[in-house]
Design a protein around this ligand. Structure first.
Ligand code: HEM
Length: 365
């Protein structure tokens, strides 16, 4: 016990605040030497300072305390026998900075996230080292698209019910997700043409063109194309889900319906459109947005909604642009594995405007 002073305590895991608290408990306990029980945990004290939190506690001492523990432990003699605890060093190695270490009977990080399934879903087909990058890049993109869909389906509901503030938050989130997917292209761009050529024969006809989540995203935002459903006939549940989104008003349609409910004049034909068709420019919609932008005080919510939509579309356009640019860098003007002309097809997609009137009004302002 001799020689144990505050320098030992200062290394006690839990910080100064916890030491002060323990000091107070110790005063209340009468500052006796030996073992005291505070809050169901036993501490060893020499009467002035707490030396050791007993090893039955899950809180860790860290490696720097090991020698102190041994000193204190040997001083504690019969105490270890009393608790039935094994060597102090062995118990300390079972814990790390207070972290729970035993998950035999409890849900762990991997259980919660189903990491077993996710991390065993990468199956390179070629002998190429670089195929893993190709797979992980696509899989992570699909996960982020999944989250965007989750947010955007909720946005559509909120617009339908006219509850805009939560929709703003979700739209902002989607724009940020898109932003980081834009940066993700930098990782894929480390794949050189020979590296891609080595895996291309193994891809068969699979292509992002067949991504049902991406297609759902496009439909949800108003870029409808019924012909593309055919690709998904192989998976009836996916086909049915896409078909439903195709036939339901898009997020942009809901925004226009909302403007009409707020008294802005919109053509009846636009309000009763065939929802399966892609968004096309409509003069009455442009005029309505113009009114919103010229009277922001009166239509602040619609104005904010419009800007959030533009933010999102801007990020989406960057994603499309980085896709075509990366594809050109890697495969040049070869045809795509999905069967299109490749870069020239993707370049045409750059012309798609999801919210055409929101861009057109800018010239008129
Ligand atoms: C080396 C990497 C890549 C190459 C060479 C490539 C190439 C292509 C090509 C040529 C197309 C046109 C369809 C076709 O004929 O295949 C396409 C479409 C597509 N790709 Fe990629 N791509 C790559 C990476 C990615 C990644 C990482 C994603 C992320 C999910 C992705 C998603 C898509 C999507 C969604 C389409 C359909 C676009 C549309 O129809 O508007 N691609 N890709």
């Amino acid at each position: 016990m001799a020689g144990v002073g505050m320098q030992h305590i200062s290394r006690f895991h839990g910080g100064r605040g916890r030491l002060v608290w323990l000091g107070k408990q110790l005063q209340r306990a009468g500052r006796e030497s030996g073992w005291i029980d505070i809050g169901g945990i036993e501490y060893l004290t020499d009467g002035s300072v707490i030396l050791l939190k007993y090893l039955t506690s899950k809180i860790n001492f860290g490696k720097s305390m090991a020698s102190d523990q041994q000193t204190a432990q040997s001083s504690a003699n019969g105490k270890a026998a009393h608790s039935g605890e094994a060597e102090g060093g062995a118990a300390a190695s079972e814990s790390w900075h207070g972290a729970r270490m035993d998950f035999k009977a409890a849900m762990s990080y991997g259980d919660y996230l189903s990491l077993g399934q996710i991390l065993s879903a990468q199956h390179p087909r070629s002998p190429s080292h670089d195929e893993m990058l190709f797979i992980v890049q696509h899989q992570t993109s699909e996960l982020w698209i999944k989250l965007m869909l989750h947010e955007l389906h909720a946005v559509r509901k909120q617009l339908h019910s006219g509850d805009l503030p939560p929709a703003f938050k979700m739209l902002a989130r989607v724009a940020r997700i898109m932003d980081q997917l834009v940066h993700a292209w930098d990782v894929l761009a480390t794949m050189t043409p020979p590296e891609y050529t080595a895996i291309r024969p193994w891809l068969g006809n699979s292509s992002g063109f067949q991504s049902h989540q991406y297609r759902e995203l496009e439909f949800l935002l108003g870029n409808k194309n019924a012909a593309l459903l055919k690709v998904h006939e192989k998976t009836p549940e996916v086909h049915a889900a896409l078909d439903t989104v195709l036939r339901t008003p898009s997020i942009y349609d809901e925004a226009i319906l909302l403007m009409a409910r707020q008294g802005l004049p919109i053509d009846a034909a636009r309000l009763d459109a065939d929802w399966c068709l892609p968004t096309t420019h409509n003069e009455s919609v442009k005029a309505a947005w113009l009114t919103v932008y010229q009277n922001t005080g009166q239509y602040w919510d619609l104005y904010e909604l419009a800007e959030k939509l533009v933010d999102m579309e801007t990020a989406f356009r960057f994603w499309r642009f980085r896709h075509v640019q990366t594809v050109e860098r890697i495969i040049g003007f070869k045809t795509g594995t999905g069967g299109t002309a490749g870069v020239s097809y993707l370049k045409k997609m750059l012309d798609v405007l999801l919210f055409p009137e929101l861009y057109a009004l800018r010239t008129a302002l």
